[in-house]
Design a protein around this ligand. Structure first.
Ligand code: PEP
Ligand code: MG
Length: 326
């Protein structure tokens, strides 16, 4: 198997009928960056910046953040890196951050809710990202955005930082792409308004989006296995998101665990996704699955499942996949 993936490394993630897919990796540790070359992935689709924050005894300074982000960009070379701003709270706690106990941390004061309420932390992080990207491209996205208003506010804070850096004469990124995670169902229902904003891309966080869609804690084994992403409600929702983003010509990707499972990844491509970000160890098997997909065959089949009354269509998809030797 290992050998097979090694052989696949330099082959493109492309379906049998010639649809090229951008296959990226999720990262957060420096160690992960080595996987970029090793896997032959097309970039880092999700750089979880909270991971280095979690590994330190205190809030890192602008200097040390700038140093870190610059190093990440250097290691990525020509390949794109999507930095996600601090996504703490819920299941990700900082040792030096005194948080109040909450009854429902996943639904509580976390992620963008913290950084929009305490913009100094976000501004320092954005300043570091801007400085680290001087003269090159910066892609940045905000997590846990629930409304268009929150996206506007996050973008406004970035504008303030850009203006501040310009006033200081600090060299700016050559190109700036600003996006949002789509992981709260309320934003799915505001997507038609969101795509009219100054928005360069959208990335679905399926881990949180599914947890909130099914009201099932992503980390609780008693309920986590109860619902299936390969189910009519999820596939219909994702299909709709693809349509809205395609119509508005806003690039869309998916960076949750769902994309790391070969069958799920093939189904996402059939729904119209053209960019996926997966865990590094999954690149080989996902690429192999995508290279055996014939979209002309899989797509109509997947679309035929959207209105079924079933809790899961995984068995059907597995059988179909076996028949077409996916
Ligand atoms: C997600 O929610 O799917 C996601 C990619 O982010 P995280 O797992 O870090 O919450
Ligand atoms: Mg998330």
């Amino acid at each position: 198997r290992r050998e097979l993936y090694h052989r696949l490394r330099d082959l493109p993630a492309e379906t049998r009928d010639g649809q090229r897919i951008s296959l990226r990796i999720n990262a957060g540790l420096m160690m992960d960056m080595e996987n970029l070359a090793e896997t032959g992935a097309d970039g880092v689709g999700l750089y979880r910046t909270e991971i280095p924050f979690m590994a330190r005894p205190s809030l890192p300074s602008v200097e040390s953040q700038t140093h870190l982000y610059r190093r990440v960009l250097e290691l990525a070379g020509d390949k794109p890196v999507v930095f996600r701003t601090l996504d703490v709270g819920g299941d990700k706690l900082l040792p030096y951050w005194q948080s109040q106990p909450e009854d429902n941390p996943a639904l509580g004061w976390r992620s963008a809710r913290i950084t929009l309420d305490r913009p100094a932390i976000l501004r320092q992080q954005l300043r570091s990202l801007l400085r680290a990207s001087a003269g090159r491209e910066l892609r940045v996205m905000f997590p846990m955005i629930a409304t268009v208003g929150e996206f506007r506010l996050a973008r406004h804070i970035l504008d303030l930082e850009l203006a501040r850096e310009a006033a200081h004469g600090t060299p700016a990124p050559e190109r700036l792409l600003v996006g949002t995670m789509l992981e709260v169902p309320s934003l799915v229902w505001q997507l038609p308004a969101l795509v009219r904003e100054r928005l360069d891309f959208v990335s679905i966080g399926s881990n949180d989006l599914l947890q909130f869609t099914f009201a099932a804690d992503r980390g609780n084994p008693r309920v986590a296995g109860r619902y299936d992403p390969l189910s009519p409600p999820v596939l219909s929702m994702l299909r709709r998101v693809v349509e809205i983003c395609d119509d508005a010509q806003v690039p869309l990707s998916l960076c949750g665990e769902m994309a790391s499972r070969p069958l799920d990844a093939a189904v996402l491509i059939a729904l119209g996704f053209r960019t996926l970000s997966v865990s590094a160890p999954s690149v080989g098997r996902v690429k192999q699955a995508l290279r055996s997909v014939d979209l002309g065959v899989l797509r109509p089949y997947v679309l035929s499942l959207l209105d079924l009354p079933h809790t899961s269509v995984r068995d059907r998809l597995n059988n179909f996949g076996r028949d077409i030797r996916l």
